[in-house]
Ligand binder design. Structure first.
Ligand code: HPA
Length: 270
C-alpha cells in the first residue's frame, strides 16, 4: 500500500456522519444492491465519503447505508474498473475504524462446480487469489501515529469464519452449498480453458471481487462470511456465451432470498 494510506483511511472514516457504531457490515455485489431499498437506513452516497472513488459499473448503487449496529455498502470498488488495490480495500479499513467486527461479503459468481445451478446461494469456504497481485504489497499500512494496522505477514488459514457459516446455514430457507471462490481480475469473463484450470486447482466458483476485501478483513482481525450468488454456469460448461445482463437478471431473481438471509444474519449478530 502507499504510504499515505493511513491518512486516507482516517479522512474517509472522519467524513462518515458521527453517531454510527456499526459492528457488522455487508457488501453487496453486482445486481444485489436492491437489498437496501426501503430499509430506512441512513444512506450516504460514496461521493460524499472522503477518499472513496466513484463506482463505474452498472448495477452498483454506490451508497453506504447505516442503522444501529449495521452497515451495508451497496456497491464496491473492483480492480477491473482500474481502481488501485488501495482503493479496493479502503472501505474495509474505514469500516474497521467505525468499529466493524463482522464482514459479510456477497458477490455474483459463475459456477465451476457442475452441481451448482444459477440462482444458488453458496457459502464461501475458502478462496484462490488468481488476481496476480495482493493489496498488501508495499509498505505495511500504518495509522497517522505510525502504528501498523496489522501484521506484515498474516494468517490466511481460516479466512471464512466457520461459526458465521453455521449461523448462515441455520438461517437459510434452503440448504446452502459451500465452495471455494476463485478470483480473477476480469473484466473479460474466463475462457473455457481457464475454467478447466480453476476446477483442476480446486475452485468451485469464479468471480472478480471479494478476495481483496476478505484479505483486508482478515488482516484487520474481522470475522468474514462470504456468500456467492450463482448467476451463470462458468464459461464452457454450457454452450451459451456469458452476458452481463444475465448476471444482473439472475442477481435480481435471488435478491429477495438473499435479502431475507442477510437481514436474519444481521439480527442474529446484533
Ligand atoms: N466469471 C467471472 N465473474 C462472474 C461470473 C463469471 O462467470 N459470473 C458473475 N461474475
Amino acid at each position: 500500500m502507499k504510504s499515505d494510506f493511513g491518512e486516507r483511511v482516517k479522512r474517509a472514516a472522519a467524513s462518515i456522519p458521527a453517531g454510527f457504531k456499526p459492528e457488522t457490515a455487508v457488501i453487496l455485489g453486482s445486481g444485489l444492491s436492491g437489498i437496501v431499498e426501503g430499509l430506512g437506513y441512513r444512506e450516504i452516497p460514496f461521493g460524499e465519503i472522503a477518499e472513496f472513488p466513484k463506482p463505474t459499473v452498472q448495477g452498483h448503487k454506490g451508497v453506504l447505508c447505516l442503522s444501529g449496529k449495521n452497515a451495508i455498502m451497496a456497491g464496491r470498488f473492483h480492480y477491473y474498473e482500474g481502481h488501485p488495490m488501495d482503493d479496493v480495500v479502503l472501505p474495509i479499513f474505514a469500516l474497521k475504524a467505525l468499529g466493524v467486527k463482522n464482514l459479510i461479503l456477497t458477490n455474483a459468481a459463475g459456477a465451476v462446480n457442475e452441481s451448482y445451478a444459477p440462482g444458488d446461494l453458496v457459502l464461501i469456504r475458502d478462496h484462490l487469489n488468481l488476481m496476480g497481485t495482493n493489496a498488501f504489497i508495499g509498505p505495511n499500512p500504518a495509522d497517522s501515529d505510525g502504528k501498523p494496522f496489522g501484521p506484515r505477514f498474516f494468517d490466511m488459514s481460516s479466512v471464512y469464519d466457520q461459526g458465521l457459516r453455521a449461523v448462515a446455514a441455520s438461517k437459510a430457507k434452503r440448504p446452502l452449498k459451500e465452495g471455494v471462490y476463485a478470483a480473477l481480475t476480469g473484466p473479460a469473463y474466463e475462457t473455457p480453458a481457464e475454467i478447466r484450470m480453476v476446477r483442476a486447482i480446486g475452485g468451485d466458483l469464479v468471480g472478480m471481487s471479494t478476495v481483496p476485501e476478505a484479505t483486508a478483513a482478515r488482516y484487520l482481525g474481522m470475522r468474514v462470511l462470504g456468500i456467492s450468488c450463482v448467476t451463470n454456469m462458468a464459461a464452457g460448461i454450457s454452450s451459451a456465451p456469458l452476458d452481463h445482463a444475465e448476471v444482473v437478471e439472475v442477481g435480481k431473481r435471488v435478491e429477495s432470498e438473499l435479502k431475507a438471509l442477510v437481514m436474519d444474519l444481521l439480527s442474529a449478530l446484533a
